[in-house]
Unconditional design. Structure first.
Length: 310
């Protein structure tokens, strides 16, 4: 039951990623500046976390524990740089989604994440418990890749397909981000501390990049007035915290496929309910169904053997 609950949590986190992708993509299109949209998203999230730290002694305690393990060297400092990977993911949302739509963007992330998750699990990267490469996990990963192929050949989605390269790279890195984020959460014993670390590092990195762009003459349109366009950072706080805990219960691959399931279903619903030139087709629905099947298969566990009588 606990395994199922964390799988449902990872699916919910994936749905949050899809909604965030649509929001940040729209913000990037309104600003005509994808990197600035990513900075705004991270900045809003960091501001909200700052308020949370002010009112929550438990959250401050988690940050103190994280600083303590960084100072004494019991956790390598570069585990806490996952915000750089998160910043890259959010930046690709602002740059790509406005052109390709959420569904094709999700295709790229799915392909990259599925490719790297098996290797990250098998190696026990960063000190996480190793997960064996079992038949259900391999079949689940292959089903996810088939779903990606179907999405790529679906009607009307090949235009701008080269832009999938950016989210593909972001997906490759996301498995490492999830693994390292889980380790930061374990060392600090706080999902909030991991989330604060992620947003702080990501915001600083994006601020430097946007500053360099400004010096180079890159400009943006005025900030839009609609409040919902600034909700991406809030969603990021929720799903980063969820994933930093869920990875310990599910492993990188199964949690990643749960996230993928949520992303695919939510992206289809967004393109259907709020169309932006990217219609939902029968091929898209078939791809979504295969992705859900991949999650179900990869989550299968062999029943424990009964102990032999002495």
């Amino acid at each position: 039951m606990i395994h199922l609950l964390w799988l449902l949590a990872s699916i919910a986190a994936g749905a949050g990623v899809a909604v965030q992708s649509r929001i940040n993509g729209e913000l990037g299109a309104r600003l005509d500046h994808g990197m600035l949209a990513a900075l705004v998203s991270f900045g809003v999230g960091l501001a909200l976390l700052a308020v949370l730290l002010l009112v929550s002694p438990g959250a401050r305690g988690g940050v103190r524990r994280l600083l303590g393990v960084l100072r004494d060297g019991s956790m390598p400092w570069w585990y806490a740089t996952t915000g750089l990977l998160g910043a890259f993911l959010v930046a690709t949302q602002g740059v790509v989604v406005g052109t390709t739509g959420v569904a094709l963007y999700t295709v790229g992330v799915v392909a990259g994440q599925t490719t790297s998750a098996l290797a990250v699990d098998r190696a026990g990267f960063g000190g996480l418990a190793r997960k064996p490469i079992t038949a259900p996990r391999v079949i689940g990963a292959l089903l996810a890749l088939v779903a990606v192929g179907i999405a790529l050949v679906s009607a009307g989605e090949l235009q701008g397909a080269w832009l999938v390269v950016l989210p593909f790279i972001a997906g490759l890195l996301q498995s490492f981000q999830q693994a390292f984020g889980g380790l930061v959460q374990r060392h600090s014993r706080s999902a909030i501390a991991q989330t604060v670390s992620n947003f702080l590092v990501g915001t600083l990195a994006l601020a430097v990049f946007v500053g360099i762009q400004s010096l180079a003459g890159v400009t943006a349109r005025p900030l839009p007035a609609e409040p919902w366009l600034y909700a991406g950072g809030i969603l990021g706080i929720v799903f980063i915290g969820l994933m930093s805990i869920a990875v310990h219960h599910l492993g990188v691959l199964t949690m990643g496929l749960g996230v993928i399931c949520g992303q695919v279903v939510a992206s289809l619903l967004l393109d259907w309910l709020f169309p932006a030139g990217h219609p939902v087709t029968a091929w898209s629905l078939l791809g979504a169904g295969l992705t859900i099947a991949a999650v179900a298969v990869s989550s299968m566990r062999r029943p424990a053997r009964a102990a032999r009588p002495v």
